[in-house]
Design a protein around this ligand. Structure first.
Ligand code: IMP
Length: 193
């Protein structure tokens, strides 16, 4: 059975394809499904779950294929939840997004730098619409550490760790990350375990 992973981000497609390995799906991305030219749907929801469901529903209608779509971001307590749903649009580059975040948190002590990454994955098909949300609690560092990963990884240290996500291997990160947790829930749903 074919499954559309509705993203143009090759990293996300690879991560999902690995997580669903052995379940008998042929994984396609938007390009593989011949949909790469379509404009991306507007992310008009007010939660990560709503946005993931919106995207998966639209791409399911366009493709007729069982579809997975995601939405994710960083929620910082002292900033009232920002950047949140706007995590990807907080600046033009990862470096600018991090600079803006750190400058907004200038002078905030370590104890008040609590934050969490959130990832919602929606699975939509014929008579099917399910959302799986994973979170990862941690704190925002005062400066960047490490060069692995992407996005806000260099300034996020998960609870129980001293390193940032950007100082971990992909396997170490996904064992505890928001996306890893959401993917594990999706896999459990599909396998019925
Ligand atoms: P989207 O889910 O592709 O809309 O992007 C969400 C944005 O949140 C990304 O562009 C990153 O800035 C941020 N983000 C989401 N997950 C992660 C992560 O695992 N590490 C670092 N940043 C992330």
């Amino acid at each position: 059975m074919k499954m559309l992973v509705a993203t143009t981000n090759r990293g996300k497609v690879r991560e999902l394809a690995e997580a669903l390995d052995g379940l008998g799906f042929e994984i396609l991305d938007l390009e593989g499904a011949g949909l790469a030219d379509r404009p991306a749907p507007e992310e008009s929801g007010s939660t990560f779950a709503e946005n993931a469901l919106l995207k998966a529903s639209i791409w399911f209608e366009a493709s007729g294929l069982l579809t997975v779509a995601d939405d994710s971001g960083l929620v910082v307590d002292i900033l009232g939840g920002r950047p949140g749903l706007h995590s990807a649009r907080y600046g033009d580059t990862d470096a600018e997004r991090i600079r803006r975040l750190l400058s907004e948190m200038d002078g905030v002590p370590s104890t008040e730098r609590t934050a969490r990454f959130v990832c919602s994955l929606a699975l939509v098909g014929e008579n099917l619409a399910e959302v799986f949300t994973g979170e990862c609690e941690g704190r925002i560092r005062h400066t960047s550490h490490g060069s692995a990963g992407f996005g806000y990884d260099p300034v996020f240290t998960p609870d129980g760790e001293n390193r940032t996500f950007a100082e971990m291997s992909p396997g170490e990160k996904s064992a505890i990350s928001h996306r890893g947790n959401a993917i594990r829930k999706l896999r459990e749903f599909i396998t019925g375990r």
